[in-house]
Design a protein around this ligand. Structure first.
Ligand code: GLN
Length: 493
C-alpha cells in the first residue's frame, strides 16, 4: 500500500514512529496528484511550496519539538476558505485573481497543527450546486466513475480524498455540500453543529447555514480534523462559546443501548431503492451490535427544499452584493458610468446559477413577496427545528440516506435546476436546524458507485454521531476508499 492510500490516523502514527517522513509522504501525494489530476481535476490551485512545508515539519521533529498528531499530513482546502497569499477563487470568474491578505481562522488552526497545505479545491461557484459543474474553471470528475459528477459543492475536496490527491480536506456545507459529495465519492464527511467552527474567512454564501467541516477516508480522520478546527472564535459573532473536547480521545465503537431514530419521510419515493436498501442494511448491522431502532416521523421534511432555497438564496443575494467591481475581484473592462460598471461587472463575473440565486433571493425579500416567501420559510424553519428537538427526546442519533441516488452523469441534471436541487433533499434539514451530521459510505450500487448514510445528532453531539459511525466502520472492517484505477500503478498502467 502506498502512503497516499492510508488514512491520516495511520500516517500520523507512522510519522510519529519515524516510519516515514513528512517529505516522503508529501512527495507520494504529489506523485499521485500527477497521476490522478489529469482525469479527476480536483484542484483549482496547487501550492508550490508543499515540500518546503513538509521539510519544516521534519526539521521540527528532528529537533525534538512536540508536534500535533496531524503535523505533516497533506490537506487540501476548499477554494472558498481564505488563505493568506494563496488565490481564493470560490471557483468564480469574479474572484479569479483574488489573493486574500489574511487567513481564515480555520487556516490558522491548520497551520498551528503543522499540516501541509497541498492547494485549493474545485467547487461549485460560490458553493451553489450539487455537482461541481457550476465551477467557472473546469469540471471535477468522480474517481469511481470518471463520467460521473463528484457531487458538490465541495466536489474537489471529496474527489481529492477519494483519489488520494490529499489525505484529508476541508469543505463547507450550507445545505449538504460536505455530506453529499462525501457520499458520492465514498468518503466520510462531517457537517459540524452551527457555531462550532469559525466562519471567519469563509466566503459567505448563506451565513446562517454555512459551516466548514472535514472530509477524510475514515471516521477517525474526520474526528481528528474536526478537533483541530472546532472552537470559539471572537472573530465570528455566531461562534458558540463553550469548551470542546478532543473527539478522538473518546471515539468508541460501542452502540449498546444507543437509540437510533429512522424517520420514514427520508425513505420515500424519490430515494433510489439501492440507497434505501443499503441504509437499512447498515441500520440492521448497528442493531445487531445492541443499538435500539425506532421509526420516527419528521413531518415537515417535505417543505425542507423550498424552505432552504428561499432562506439560502435570500442570504446569498445580500452576501454577494459586495462583488460590485469596486472593492476587490473582477471589474469589467469598459463601462459608461457607475451603474453600467456594476451591471457589466456582475453580468460577466457571475455564472448562471449564481445569478439565479441572486434573482430568487432578491425576489423573496422584496416588499411585495416577503411575507409569502421569506417569512413563511422562517416559520417552517422553526417547525423543522422543533420536530428535530422532539425527536431527540426519544433518540440519540437519526439515520437517513445522505443523497437520493449514487453519482449521476456529468450533464444529466445541469439544465434542470429543480432536479439538481432535489439532490439536497436529505441534507438541507440539518442546516436549517443547525445540527451536526456525518456521512459515511454504506455499500455500493449495482454498477459499483458508492452509497452513503447520514447520521444526524443533536446540537453539539458530534461525539455521539461519530461514535455510531465509528462503530459501523468497525463492523464493515473499514471503508475502501481509493478506486482501483487510481491505486498503485493503476491509472496509467
Ligand atoms: N446544493 C446546495 C445548494 O446548491 C447546497 C450547497 C452547499 O451546501 N454549499 O445550495
Amino acid at each position: 500500500m502506498k502512503l497516499f492510500e492510508k488514512s491520516a490516523a495511520e500516517l500520523s502514527a507512522m510519522l510519529q514512529k519515524k516510519e516515514c517522513s513528512a517529505v516522503e509522504l508529501t512527495q507520494d501525494v504529489l506523485d499521485q496528484i500527477a497521476v490522478a489530476e489529469p482525469q479527476v481535476g480536483a484542484y483549482v490551485t496547487q501550492c508550490e511550496d508543499t515540500l518546503e512545508q513538509a521539510k519544516r515539519v521534519d526539521d521540527a521533529r528532528a529537533n525534538g519539538e512536540s508536534l500535533h498528531p496531524l503535523a505533516g499530513i497533506p490537506i487540501g482546502i476548499k477554494d472558498n476558505i481564505s488563505t493568506k497569499g494563496i488565490r481564493t477563487t470560490c471557483s468564480s470568474r469574479m474572484l479569479e485573481n483574488y489573493v486574500p491578505p489574511f487567513d481564515a481562522t480555520v487556516m490558522q488552526s491548520v497551520h498551528c497543527a503543522g499540516m501541509v497545505i497541498t492547494g485549493k479545491m474545485n467547487m461549485d461557484e460560490f458553493a451553489m450546486g450539487s455537482s461541481t459543474e457550476t465551477s467557472y474553471f473546469h469540471q471535477t470528475h468522480n474517481p469511481h466513475k470518471i463520467d460521473c459528477v463528484p457531487g458538490g459543492s465541495s466536489g474537489g475536496s471529496a474527489a481529492a480524498v477519494a483519489a488520494g490527491e490529499a489525505i484529508v480536506t476541508l469543505g463547507s456545507d450550507t445545505g449538504g455540500s460536505i455530506r453529499q459529495p462525501a457520499s458520492l465519492c465514498g468518503v466520510a464527511g462531517l457537517k459540524p453543529t452551527y457555531g462550532s467552527v469559525s466562519r471567519y474567512g469563509l466566503v459567505a454564501f448563506a451565513s446562517s447555514l454555512d459551516q466548514i467541516g472535514p472530509i477524510g477516508k475514515s471516521v477517525k480522520d474526520v474526528a481528528m480534523l474536526q478537533s483541530v478546527i472546532q472552537g470559539h472564535d471572537s472573530m465570528d459573532a455566531t461562534s458558540a462559546y463553550r469548551t470542546y473536547t478532543n473527539l478522538c480521545d473518546h471515539l468508541s465503537g460501542d452502540v449498546k443501548g444507543l437509540r437510533i431514530g429512522v424517520p420514514k419521510e427520508y425513505f420515500g419515493d424519490g430515494i433510489d431503492t439501492c440507497v434505501k436498501e443499503a441504509v437499512f442494511a447498515a441500520i440492521r448491522q448497528l442493531e445487531a451490535q445492541g443499538a435500539v431502532i425506532q421509526e420516527i416521523s419528521l413531518p415537515s421534511t417535505e417543505y425542507a427544499i423550498n424552505t432552504y432555497y428561499i432562506i439560502a438564496s435570500a442570504e446569498a443575494s445580500s452576501n454577494l452584493a459586495r462583488f460590485d467591481g469596486v472593492k476587490y475581484g473582477y471589474r469589467t473592462a469598459s463601462y459608461d458610468g457607475l451603474t453600467d460598471m456594476y451591471e457589466k461587472t456582475r453580468s460577466e463575473g457571475f455564472g448562471d446559477e449564481v445569478k439565479r440565486r441572486i434573482m430568487l433571493g432578491t425576489f423573496v425579500l422584496s416588499s411585495g413577496f416577503y411575507d409569502a416567501y421569506y417569512k413563511n420559510a422562517k416559520l417552517v424553519q422553526r417547525k423543522i427545528t422543533q420536530e428535530f428537538q422532539q425527536a431527540f427526546q426519544k433518540c440519540d442519533v437519526i439515520i437517513t440516506p445522505t443523497a437520493p441516488s449514487p453519482a449521476f452523469r456529468i450533464g444529466e441534471n445541469i439544465n434542470d435546476p429543480l432536479k439538481m436541487y432535489y439532490n439536497d433533499v436529505c441534507t438541507v434539514t440539518v442546516n436549517i436546524a443547525g445540527l451536526p451530521a456525518v456521512s459515511v459510505p454504506c455499500g455500493r450500487s449495482s454498477d459499483g458507485l458508492p452509497l452513503g448514510m447520514q447520521l444526524i445528532g443533536n446540537a453539539f453531539a458530534e461525539q455521539t454521531i461519530l461514535n455510531a459511525a465509528y462503530s459501523y466502520e468497525q463492523i464493515v472492517g473499514g471503508f475502501h476508499v481509493i478506486p482501483e484505477a487510481f491505486c498503485t500503478g493503476g491509472a496509467n498502467a
